[in-house]
Each structure stands twice: as C-alpha cells, then as structure tokens.
Design a protein around this ligand. Structure first.
Ligand code: PEP
Length: 252
C-alpha cells in the first residue's frame, strides 16, 4: 500500500495538564522512534503547550480536537487555526460525532472549519459516521457520503490531499462495540469512491481513511489488514501509553 498508516489518539475531555504530560511522556518513550507510521496525540486545548514540549523532536505529532473557522474576533470561548499553529499543532479533529451530537455542528459549519484549517496548514481529521438508527434503516452509505461531500465541499484536489478522513460509526464510539473488519472496509471503500468522484482516483488513493470506534490492541490487526483502512482514531485505548503503543505497533 502506498499510503502510510496513521494512528491518532483523541484524548477528549480527559487529563489535566500534569496528567497529560505523564501520558505524553509514556507515548514518546514507547513509540517516539517509530518512523514508518504517522502518529498524533490530541489532548485538550489547555494541555497542548505542555504536551508539545514533551513530544518535540519525536515522531509523535500534536493535534487539537476542534477549532473555530474565523481568524479572530468576538467568539467567546473559541480557538483559531493560527492559535493552534503557533502551538505547533499539525492536525485538528473536525466534525467528531460528539461535536455533531452535543454541539449541533452541521456539515456546513464543519466545511468552513476544514477550509480554515487547510488554509492555515493544519491537517483536518474529518470525522464521519452513522448512528445506530441510521445503520438499522440502511442509511449508512447515504449518511457517510453526505457528510464526506459536505465536509470537503469546495476543496481543490490539492487541498483534499491535506485532509485525513476518519470513519467512526457513532454506535461503536466508547461502547466497546466495534464494526467488524468487513463492515468497516465496506464503508471505507465507499468513502474512497466518494473521494474519487470529487477529486479523481489518483487523489482518492492517496488520502488516509482511519477507522474509529472501540479500536483496541485486540481488534486492530484485523481492522488494519483491510485494504482501505489506513489507521485508527483512538479514544479510550489512547488514554494509556501501553495500549496506544500496542496500536501503533500493529501498524508498523
Ligand atoms: C473517538 O471518540 O474518536 C473514538 C474512536 O473513541 P473510542 O475509541 O473510545 O470508541
């Protein structure tokens, strides 16, 4: 496969700065020298600077979990792309299902964020995924295609190459239920088709599509063996350095 594997940890609203420092230290010690896998950890905003100092010089990159699309201004409580870049973030998770569900983020808003991130040289990790109701109503492909098209609307092919997609079935996030490798592969292949339709086959073949949803060391090998699964966006299993390292090692 020409695409590199990418393992990204989404720490969500977990870890104070001192706890984040300890976890980041553990991650660097365990996988900081791995060179053939892209690795990122995404702590809370308040821990970014602390974590950055720890991972500096290693193969572990920094990511944020959200951002605003405007450059600056009267947006109380928000963070801009430039603020994240100044803290040396390389990635930003956008459109996570928890943002869509609890903060009512829609494709149109997420698309503005994707564009603002790309314009600031931050790589968006654009999350897409269906709820249990949508899967049971046979709407998985429709939902995921709409979210992918909506999130990437208006991007050029060159810009699309700077985006990572994460397929995260909502029913699998934090629940211990994982999509079977075949279920995940089917959706990943459909996402790649959507990307090919938007940006051409060559570009689609180069874009990393991660799986997320209760991925852990026990199920990673099978998921990562699928043709269109290029890594994982990891929640719970990223909160311990040894399990995150085991996931990275599955991708080595
Ligand atoms: C996530 O929230 O991005 C995620 C994949 O969580 P978990 O691994 O805990 O299911």
């Amino acid at each position: 496969m020409s695409r590199r594997y990418f393992i990204a940890g989404n720490w969500k609203m977990n870890k104070t700065s001192s706890e984040a420092a300890a976890l980041a230290q553990g991650v660097v010690e365990a996988v900081g020298n791995v060179s053939n896998v892209d690795i990122a950890i995404c702590p809370t905003f308040t821990s970014l600077e602390t974590v950055e100092k720890i991972i500096e010089g290693s193969n572990v990159k920094l990511g944020a979990q959200n951002m605003h699309f405007e450059k600056s201004g009267a947006f109380t409580g928000e963070i801009s792309a430039a603020m994240l870049r100044e803290l040396h973030c390389a990635y930003v998770i956008l459109g996570h299902s928890e943002r869509r569900q609890y903060f009512k983020e829609c494709d149109c808003l997420i698309n503005k964020k994707v564009k603002a991130a790309v314009a600031s040289s931050l790589k968006p990790i654009l999350c897409v995924g269906e709820t249990l109701e949508e899967r049971e109503a046979n709407k998985t492909i429709e939902v995921v295609s709409t979210q992918t098209k909506g999130g990437l609307d208006g991007l050029t092919a060159e810009e699309a190459l700077k985006v990572v997609i994460a397929y995260e079935p909502v029913w699998a996030i934090g629940t211990g239920k994982t999509a079977t490798p075949a279920m995940a592969q089917e959706v990943h292949a459909e996402i790649r088709k959507v990307l090919a339709g938007m940006f051409g086959e060559n570009v689609a073949e180069k874009i990393q599509i991660l799986y997320g949803g209760s991925m852990k060391p026990e199920n990673a090998d099978e998921l990562l063996a699928q043709k269109d699964i290029d890594g994982g966006l990891i929640g719970g299993a990223a909160l311990k350095a040894d399990s995150f390292a085991a996931l990275v090692n599955s991708a080595v």
